[in-house]
Design a protein. Structure first.
Length: 248
């Protein structure tokens, strides 16, 4: 074996060792940063979300106004009827699952198998929507869905159901550039959220998941029918859950 080959082997081993050392440290950071974010937001209400930032960038490049309306409410300020409405509209098994509604996922898969030419309908839970809107850009990819799933697991582990609902109600988009039930109530009904009637709360929930296309204050016949169904389904859905130490 030549002297050149002998000296090159330790260099290769050193480079490989450095690469794997860097790779596992990077992987550890990527795993721990979401844990830190979720733990921090267990106690702090965010002034802005990743979804708001990317929507603002889209508006900037399209020449539209960049500003948005958003107000955080404490749990004690949260209207009960809106909580009931969004659970009825978006995730009726919210109190029973741990972030992923396997029944809805299986139903969506069966429907897609019957009609493969149609897009597969969404089966996202409220917890998944919080993870997506709070932390992730609005890009569609398997990688993003995997990261969303990781955030969802962390949210369900570190937050109470009450905290998840509070966060969702504070960041959900209810009109173009209008985020959260307080801003949505002011925008659509010109009143603070605590004065919402059950009918108005159901109309706000009925525009989900497309508040850009649909309006709670100028509802189409479809939205009125959807709102009526949500109003009926709200009966029996709890508006409060036992808190486990999180502050308002």
């Amino acid at each position: 074996m030549s002297e050149e080959n002998t000296t090159s082997q330790p260099k290769v081993r050193t480079s490989t060792k450095k690469f794997f050392s860097f790779a596992w440290k990077l992987a550890l950071i990527l795993l721990l940063v979401p844990v830190f974010q979720v733990l921090l937001l267990r106690f702090i209400n965010p002034p802005i979300t990743t979804m708001m930032i990317f929507r603002g960038i889209d508006h900037l490049f399209s020449g539209e106004p960049v500003g948005f309306s958003h107000t955080n409410l404490s749990w004690s300020e949260m209207p009960d009827n809106f909580i009931q409405a969004v659970v009825a509209a978006e995730d009726q098994r919210f109190y029973d699952h741990h972030g992923f509604d396997m029944t809805e996922i299986e139903n969506a898969q069966r429907e897609h198998a019957k009609h493969p030419n149609r897009p597969m309908r969404g089966a996202s839970t409220i917890s998944q929507q919080v993870a997506k809107n709070l932390f992730l850009p609005p890009w569609h990819s398997f990688i993003r869905k995997g990261i969303e799933a990781y955030y969802t697991v962390l949210i369900e582990f570190f937050w109470s159901k009450q905290r998840i609902l509070q966060m969702y109600a504070n960041i959900v988009e209810l009109a173009p550039n209008v985020y959260g039930v307080e801003a949505g109530s002011e925008y659509h009904f010109h009143k603070p959220a605590h004065l919402l009637t059950a009918s108005e709360a159901s109309r706000l929930a009925s525009v989900l998941p497309n508040p850009v296309r649909w309006s709670a204050s100028s509802p189409s016949p479809y939205i009125l029918r959807r709102s009526s169904r949500i109003l009926n389904q709200m009966r029996g859905i709890p508006s409060d859950v036992e808190e486990d130490g999180e502050p308002d």
